[in-house]
Design a protein. Structure first.
Length: 290
């Protein structure tokens, strides 16, 4: 028996239809959702990610703007330009594409964007709702965690009472995802690269979510074939010029129940979540004006 491949495409196509309808309703009220992406420098990987965001944004009928600033932009100018976007009422969602230049990394990037325009979901006012136990997926939830939950829900994979091992403790994925899973009544173990006996943890898990950024790190030995684990691969790594995940797909396929592929799994779900957040942010801002 081989694993079911949890591709994003069916979920994206289904939810995209809903987003088109919501966007059309906003346009009938005279508002076109508008997203601005801030890019510092010209990182090729960042430009590739941005193209995916622009494509889906425009497919649902929203407006997209790229603000590409030089890598050596001064801190003061960076802050001034960012604040100008915050105060522009015609812009409903803003993201700062990471990574930024070294001299900007000491800035409190998550809080430079106003909470109501924070479609990445990183602002403390938005993440706080996770810590308060929210399962409301219409909030401005961090995009990758939101995408993982949406993917599992699409394939009707329950979290209730399941033991989920999240490997990776970043502020972007691992930590908010562990809280969100807990809110959906999963029993969560948050592991990382320094966790002892990592194999014993993953072998006991019902669901393993990998976000450590190490190409093909997880092979068949990390899973109990009798457990029939569900594996969600968040990793995006380059190996021999190809995009690969943290999980060695060919090796684990015979021993797990289901696996999200890289590419074609969590990546598109993350972009989808961003556009969901954009439409939600626009709707919220319209309500605030009434």
């Amino acid at each position: 028996m081989t694993a079911t491949i949890l591709t994003a495409r069916p979920a994206v196509e289904q939810i995209k239809k809903e987003l088109i309808e919501r966007c059309q309703r906003l346009k009938k009220q005279g508002i076109t959702p508008s997203m601005s992406v801030i890019l510092v420098g010209d990182n090729p990987a960042s430009l590739s990610y941005i193209r995916n965001k622009k494509k889906l944004c425009e497919e649902v009928g929203a407006h997209f703007q790229l603000h590409q600033w030089p890598a050596n932009i001064s801190v003061s100018e960076f802050l001034m330009k960012t604040e100008a976007l915050n105060t522009d009422q015609n812009i409903h969602g803003i993201i700062i594409q990471l990574p930024v230049s070294e001299h900007l990394r000491n800035l409190d990037i998550p809080h430079l964007i106003s909470a109501h325009k924070d479609i990445d979901g990183f602002h403390g006012a938005n993440t706080q709702k996770l810590y308060m136990g929210s399962t409301d997926m219409s909030l401005l939830t961090p995009c990758t965690p939101k995408g993982v939950i949406t993917l599992l829900k699409h394939y009707k994979l329950s979290l209730e009472g399941k033991h989920v091992v999240v490997v990776g403790r970043s502020l972007i994925v691992g930590k908010p995802l562990s809280m969100l899973l807990s809110n959906f009544n999963a029993t969560v173990t948050l592991a990382h690269s320094r966790s002892e006996n990592l194999k014993s943890l993953t072998q006991q898990a019902d669901i393993v979510i990998s976000a450590i950024g190490q190409a093909n790190f997880f092979d068949a030995t990390f899973f109990d074939k009798n457990k029939r684990t569900i594996v969600i691969d968040v990793g995006m790594n380059t190996l021999n010029g190809k995009l690969v995940g943290d999980v060695n797909q060919a090796d684990v396929m015979p021993v797990v129940a289901a696996l999200s592929p890289v590419p074609g799994g969590v990546g598109p779900m993350t972009v989808l979540s961003l556009i969901q957040n954009l439409i939600t942010a626009t709707e919220n801002q319209m309500k605030g004006k009434k």
